[in-house]
Write a new protein. Structure first.
Length: 311
């Protein structure tokens, strides 16, 4: 008998978990007709509320519900990797506990799997309900990624994705410490079908993503799947070298022709400060890549389990 594992990363989702479970069960009755079993795997990412207790209560009612609990907060990327590593099912899907990933799409997604697709991914075509500033910068990020990276990253892409065993194994083969799963999904390739849907409000609780958290996450994505920032810093350096060379020639010619002493201390200081700022900017770009290499060579685990809360 085939099996579907539903991976649900969650942090402080005590209120949302029962609502998610009820909605999931209500929309997966079609699996029995297909001869597919169901396993629901919650990944507790270091919650400090009643998330573990809520999942345990569901486990007592339904033995198909399981939990992997982290020793602390390691982030959603680690939670998704832990879930994919633990899944040995024929099909695997990643969903958020807040019901912004509608379980009602699952039956349609399986229809595309039947057509031969290796994964069925989702993307939001609207950002209704999100802060205007966040929506603006999110769209700019996806446009920037399309220009800077050869990896396909769709605008509005969600982590909500149904995958075959082949696709999951390919994702797990990428074992880097600095993970940007949206980019990894695109990098591994395979036949992927995209489903569009309108944004859905959270069922309960509050988002765990702050504006600056999303900015840092976007920088992680850019440096993980593009080396063009390094090329940009090199081009900036070449440009300023040419400008400096031309300025030296100008000063020499001016001194020989007009005999004027070199004047303009204020402008000189301004130029020095500006060029120094550009140098620090380029050094910062280089530092981001060095930091990633530093974390990779340490070979630290992506997460640690709190075994007493796992079942």
């Amino acid at each position: 008998m085939s099996e579907l594992t539903v991976i649900v990363p969650c942090k402080n989702e005590e209120e949302a978990i029962p609502l998610f479970y009820d909605e999931l069960i209500a929309n997966t009755s079609f699996l029995e007709k297909r001869g597919i079993g169901l396993k629901v795997l919650f990944i507790d990412d270091g919650s400090d509320d009643g998330t573990v207790a809520a999942v345990r209560a569901l486990h007592e009612r339904d033995e198909r519900v399981h939990l992997i609990s982290f020793s602390r907060n390691f982030g959603k990327e680690a939670a998704m990797y832990a879930g994919l590593s633990a899944s040995d099912s024929d099909y695997t899907v990643i969903m958020d506990a807040d019901l912004q990933d509608p379980p009602s799409l699952l039956e349609e997604m399986f229809g595309y799997i039947d057509e031969g697709y290796d994964s069925v991914a989702t993307r939001r075509v609207t950002r209704k309900g999100e802060p205007v500033i966040r929506s603006f910068f999110a769209r700019r990020f996806y446009k920037l990624m399309k220009k800077m990276s050869d990896t396909e990253i769709m605008d509005g892409a969600r982590d909500y994705r149904l995958m075959t065993r082949q696709f999951v194994d390919a994702v797990l083969a990428m074992t880097e410490y600095n993970r940007f799963t949206k980019g990894i999904f695109g990098w591994v390739g395979f036949e992927t079908k995209w489903i569009d849907y309108e944004n859905v409000d959270r069922s309960a609780g509050k988002t765990k993503w702050s504006f600056w958290g999303l900015v840092i996450y976007s920088l992680e994505g850019i440096t993980a799947f593009s080396t063009k920032p390094l090329v940009l810093s090199s081009l900036i350096g070449i440009f300023f070298c040419i400008v400096a060379f031309l300025m030296v020639i100008f000063i020499i010619v001016r001194r020989l022709v007009f005999g004027d002493p070199v004047a303009g201390w204020a402008s000189t200081v301004t130029i020095i400060v500006f060029v120094s700022g550009v140098q620090f900017f380029c050094t910062g770009i280089l530092g981001q890549y060095i930091a990633k290499a530093y974390l990779e060579v340490k070979k630290r685990p992506l997460y640690l389990k709190n075994e007493k809360n796992c079942f």
